[in-house]
Write a protein of this length. Structure first.
Length: 303
């Protein structure tokens, strides 16, 4: 397997706290056993909880509860069950290594099998979008399990995450080390690392409000070293992995996560894909929820 230049550069970035050899070894290691993901499900009265569900995967530092409002709207419009999952090391799901896309995809496949889901429509945003793509391309994907794939503002590319993600980890670690007791104190510490108040508020949803001093629900000691891994993708375009099912990519026009350089990559993995663009940044579902919902519903219900 070939590794891009970004892998070699990891050893020169001590703040990432993960050596190149550790990262390569993690990718070459055998698959860890899947974990049981925590979830919420809503479904129409008297409807099946297993047939044609929509399964939603959040992004980095997200959790299933971020999707509550949209999940209710999807259930109403689609008249199908809607599952929102907490991926490993997020929300209330287990804290466990490794935090790789292979492992996270294995968790989702295990979830679908354990809950006897069939004809699944799988929707993922950002990191969750990469997990969804890894599910679709996995050799372990059972035939006929996946019906639709919806990927929100991310491509199946291999690249370093932007530096602010490392800053988020550093700021969150500083909050815990400072043993603060109020969200206001946490906000003040995080502000130098992230100027946007909406992003700060999103990150601080991970605080456990019942702990004193305040601590984060997410395991920073696992997620921090995994930041380089989260920029990775486990499959190569020249390999044998393809998923020819119906696929929708939704891009934010002000976001660079899907661009002219990596769009051909997406098309090589998912030849039956279409692309829609909304006038948003990276948070396409939060900035334009109604427009985002309509794109997803129309795509899933299209004959």
């Amino acid at each position: 397997m070939r590794y891009p230049q970004s892998i070699a550069s990891i050893a020169r970035l001590p703040h990432l706290r993960t050596s190149a050899s550790q990262l390569i070894q993690r990718r070459l290691s055998t698959h860890a056993p899947p974990v049981d993901l925590h979830y919420d499900v809503i479904h129409p009265p008297d409807a099946s909880k297993t047939d044609k569900p929509l399964v939603i995967l959040h992004g980095l530092f997200g959790m299933r509860r971020n999707w509550q409002s949209l999940a209710k709207a999807f259930m109403r419009d689609l008249q199908r069950p809607v599952y929102t999952l907490d991926l490993r090391n997020h929300g209330t799901s287990p804290h466990v290594e490794p935090m790789t896309y292979d492992a996270m995809a294995s968790d989702v496949l295990h979830f679908c099998e354990a809950h006897s889901l069939t004809d699944v429509s799988l929707l993922g945003h950002s990191m969750g979008g990469k997990v969804a793509m890894a599910v679709a391309l996995s050799p372990q994907l059972p035939p006929q399990l996946l019906k639709h794939l919806v990927v929100a503002d991310v491509a199946p590319a291999r690249s370093d995450l932007s530096p602010e993600f490392r800053g988020y980890i550093d700021g969150m670690i500083k909050i815990e080390q400072s043993r603060v007791s109020t969200r206001k104190e946490a906000q003040d510490i995080l502000t130098p690392y992230e100027k946007d108040p909406m992003t700060r508020a999103f990150l601080l949803t991970n605080l456990d409000s019942h702990s004193q001093p305040l601590k984060f629900q997410v395991p920073l000691k696992i997620i921090g070293p995994a930041i380089p891994e989260i920029g990775w993708f486990p499959y190569e375009p020249e390999g044998k992995h393809r998923w020819s099912g119906r696929t929708l990519f939704i891009k934010g026009s002000k976001s660079k996560y899907i661009n002219k350089h990596n769009l051909p990559l997406a098309q090589s993995f998912f030849p039956n894909m279409s692309l829609e663009t909304l006038d948003t940044g990276h948070w396409v579902h939060a900035e334009k929820p109604n427009e985002f919902r309509k794109l997803v519903v129309d795509f899933i219900t299209e004959p």
